[in-house]
Design a protein around this ligand. Structure first.
Ligand code: CTP
Ligand code: CA
Length: 228
């Protein structure tokens, strides 16, 4: 990340980053989850701390030790992530939501392990909608606070990756949306990444394929000039 130890351009800034993927329990041993490794959010936290920021990393099921100088708040479910992020956000200059938050969770959680030989065959799992943490952050943001979202998109017959991303940025109302094109597959858990940073002011900045630290540095480059 280009000598980030020598720059202190985030000194005095408070940053909250969410990372990983939520797990929504079905019973005491099973959950609905996703493939997010948490590596990109971890890199954002590490790079911000190295550049002088005070960093809280709300980590949903991330299998990695805390980056140096970062306070980690471990969470499991979307509800837990929401509670932790909303508790930390009021003090933050920037909130970055890299976590893959499950859109839905099982409507009920069995208190005991579901057995395959029970009388009733569970042919479907009723789901309910999870809260949209990013949308809530946008409505509750403090004056001057920046809210950054992440989106993994694929093109389809209704639009290409950027068209979907621009629509999402407008829908969410955040300041920046970092877009990963996952059409080719195989980004999850990979050490490298590529992205486009879309801003609410209409600008689009392409981040060339590189390490997740390099993408993290590019995100902070986009954040810095927008901080009050
Ligand atoms: N996000 C969130 N809470 C949710 C779902 C998503 O805070 N319940 C955040 C993610 O952390 C990410 C951004 O919203 O920063 C975009 O997530 P994404 O899943 O792409 O957006 P959705 O609105 O859920 O759209 P989609 O239908 O494409 O899943
Ligand atoms: Ca989603």
């Amino acid at each position: 990340a280009g000598g980030d130890v020598l720059r202190a351009d985030l000194t005095g800034r408070r940053v909250v980053v969410s990372a990983g993927g939520t797990r929504e329990p079905l019973d005491p041993v099973r959950y609905l989850g996703n493939r997010s490794s948490g590596k990109q959010g971890w890199a954002l936290a590490r790079v911000a701390a190295a550049r002088g920021a005070e960093v809280v990393l709300v980590a949903a099921n991330v299998d990695a030790p805390a980056p140096f100088g970062v306070r980690v708040v471990p969470v499991g479910t979307a509800e837990e992530l929401r509670t932790a992020v909303l508790a930390e956000a009021p003090e933050a200059d920037v909130v970055v939501m890299t976590a893959a938050v499950a859109d839905f969770r099982p409507a009920s959680v069995a208190a005991t392990k579901l057995k395959k030989d029970s009388a009733r065959e569970p042919d479907s799992v009723p789901l309910v909608r999870n809260p949209d943490v990013l949308a809530e952050l946008v409505t509750k943001r403090t004056p001057g606070q920046l809210v950054v979202g992440f989106a993994a998109e694929t093109g389809d017959d209704t639009g290409d990756v950027l068209a979907h991303a621009r629509a999402k940025l407008a829908r969410k109302g955040c300041d920046l949306l970092v877009v990963n094109d996952v059409s080719g597959g195989g980004v999850f858990g990979r050490p490298d990444n590529a992205a486009v940073v879309l801003a609410a002011d209409g600008t689009a900045t392409e981040v060339p394929r590189g390490s997740k630290d390099a993408v993290a540095a590019a995100v902070w480059e986009a954040v810095l000039p927008r901080l009050p």
